[in-house]
Design a protein around this ligand. Structure first.
Ligand SMILES: [Zn+2]
Length: 220
């Protein structure tokens, strides 16, 4: 496996380094996402992976691997459950924010470009209020880890189990920087275009900590 240091740089600022992992991630053997050159990105959706937190490039590799694995249905306690993957064409999310901190020699936070911004990938189902497809006109940013606590943000996590389900401090800062940068540089609606998956019919994604982050960056 390629170490992230060997990856090309997609973007760098004094605080953030986005390395391009698109070419090294596993992809489906015959399905492909549609590419739309210079497509209009009207929304940026924040997600969580709802999975484990392998370190470094192993993180996006694992998430991409899960997403392309075929679905596999099994009866569990009399109910049909998918114990396989998603069967998708490739990594659904455009930017991947690792849970554990990664810094470069300059002290910049390292995150991964995991899908071309031109890719019409599958991360947020359904249509916007104006009838346009969320995926066709949206980019996906994902925080690695399971952060699905959906309690009252004002009350905070109820217990330690819920407390574990929040972004790491590294991840919060990196997510704030990435969402602001993507909205300002690539989103036709600017920061008004920032959304959570929970705004689009998936209440558990990305969890209330992610919702707080999106609200904060929209208002900034
Ligand atoms: Zn999601």
């Amino acid at each position: 496996m390629v170490d992230w240091h060997a990856l090309p740089v997609f973007y760098s600022s004094p605080t953030l380094l986005v390395v391009d992992a698109v070419e090294v991630l596993p992809r489906h053997s015959n399905k492909t996402y549609v590419m739309i050159p210079d497509r209009d990105i009207a929304r940026v959706y924040l997600h969580h992976t709802a999975g484990a937190v392998p370190y470094g490039l192993a993180g996006p590799m694992a998430t991409a691997g899960f997403c392309i694995r075929p679905k596999k249905w099994m009866l569990v306690h009399g109910r049909k459950r998918n114990i396989g993957g998603r069967g998708w064409a490739g990594m659904p999310y455009h930017i991947f924010i690792p849970y554990l901190p990664i810094f470069d020699m300059g002290g910049r936070a390292v995150v991964f470009l995991t899908q071309r911004l031109d890719a019409w990938s599958w991360h947020t189902g359904g249509k916007m209020r104006d009838g346009r497809s969320r995926n066709k006109f949206g980019a996906g940013v994902v925080m690695q880890g399971c952060m699905s606590c959906t309690g009252d943000p004002l009350q905070g996590p109820k217990d330690l189990d819920q407390l574990l389900g929040v972004p790491s401090p590294f991840q919060e800062l990196a997510t704030i920087t990435v969402l602001g940068g993507l909205a300002d540089e690539h989103c036709s609606a600017g920061r008004d275009g920032l959304r959570c998956h929970s705004d689009a019919g998936k209440p558990s994604c990305p969890g209330f900590a992610g919702e707080i982050i999106v609200d904060a960056v929209r208002a900034a």
